[in-house]
Design a protein around this ligand. Structure first.
Ligand code: KG4
Ligand code: ZN
Length: 329
């Protein structure tokens, strides 16, 4: 079995995965959403302190499995440096004390392999990764052969939901609460411009849309529930339309056989529905992670670790580094 640890942002999570069967034997996640909500975003130092409390509590439950472990895996990039550090310190301590090899896992590869938890990988696949830190289209040929074909030039899709939520004082994380309010609003009430609509380039941008939302809020005399709902609905419609428009361009040139949406923001129902329609149009098979595996979790890190274990892709405990940003997968 492999024990995997994830602490790249505000989720403390540990999983245990069977090397032979890929079965997820144990999985627990403690989210810090409530603690960060009053700040309208993740406070890195607070997140790190909360990992220090939560990770050992979860680890305690894993002790009965210790004799059967063959490796320790941990997310080392990308993420918040101070929170990644907590997972990496625990993984190093376990690796040394239990005399087990260490596997350093890329968080984004984790999101991609969240599709294959307890399953065989289906590759090649074209993947749209939408999270709080990333908005990318990745051609995935294998674990070590991935190419980014499009990405955001400023904010990410999930981040834009968090910022709109903060402006409307709806708390953190913004994705689920904005989606919820959008259901009760009129998506045509505000005509927000679709980002990069005239540009032939296939890339994403969310900072302009965020500013358009800010200006609309400033114009309102009173921010009633109805105003919030209408803003959320109009914003979500535009945010999704932007992705779909750029994906259409990509599909036109090279329609993929297999396509997936992963990452925390892949839970967005409007995005899932719109991409489902596009995939049908191009006879593309759409894959989605189970909702419980969309946001950061250790099960997806364990799934990548299985592949790395088979490839003898281990990292020396003295060499493991923490990278808050990685450009190349
Ligand atoms: O992958 P993840 O858990 O953490 C990062 O790697 O960033 O993604 C978290 C992001 C947050 O920005 C959150 O607001 C967004 O995913 N998110 C959503 C939804 N659920 C979570 N965004 C839009 N719609 C949702 N339903
Ligand atoms: Zn993530």
């Amino acid at each position: 079995m492999i024990l995997s640890i994830e602490s790249s942002c505000d989720d403390s999570s540990i999983a245990i995965t069977s090397i032979e069967t890929k079965e997820l034997i144990y999985h627990k996640k403690i989210s810090q959403e409530l603690q960060h909500s009053m700040y309208g975003g993740v406070v890195p130092e607070l997140a790190a302190r909360l990992h220090v409390e939560a990770l050992p509590k979860i680890l305690e439950e894993c002790k009965p499995f210790f004799p059967r472990l063959k490796a320790i895996a941990v997310t080392n990039a990308p993420g918040l440096a101070v929170t990644l550090m907590e997972g990496v310190i625990m993984a190093k301590a376990l690796s040394i004390s239990l005399n087990l090899p260490l596997i350093a896992v890329n968080h984004l590869k984790g999101h991609i392999y969240s599709l294959f938890i307890e399953k065989e990988a289906i590759l090649p696949m074209s993947v749209l990764l939408v999270s709080g830190g990333h908005t990318q289209v990745i051609e995935v040929n294998s674990l070590n052969d991935m190419n980014i074909v499009a990405k955001t030039i400023d904010d990410s899709f999930g981040e834009s939901f968090d910022k709109v939520s903060k402006m409307l004082e709806l708390g953190y994380p913004g994705g689920p609460v904005v989606q919820e309010h959008a259901l009760k609003g009129d998506e045509n009430h505000y005509a927000f411009p679709i980002p990069l609509r005239q540009s032939p380039e296939i890339m994403f941008s969310y900072s302009g849309l965020k500013n358009a939302v800010r200006m609309a809020i400033e114009k309102e005399a009173e921010i009633t529930f109805e105003v919030k709902a209408n803003i959320c609905a109009s914003f979500q419609k535009t945010a999704v339309a932007h992705i779909v428009q750029k994906m259409k361009k990509l599909f036109k040139v090279n329609p993929p056989k297999n396509f997936a949406i992963v990452g925390g923001a892949s839970a967005n129902i409007a995005l899932r529905t719109a991409m489902e329609t596009l995939c049908k149009e191009y006879d593309t098979t759409l894959y989605l992670s189970e909702l419980k595996y969309c946001s950061d979790n250790a099960a997806m890190i364990g799934r990548v670790a299985l592949e790395q274990y088979k490839n003898n892709d281990f990292t020396d405990v003295n060499e493991i580094d923490i990278q808050s940003r990685v450009k190349v997968l």
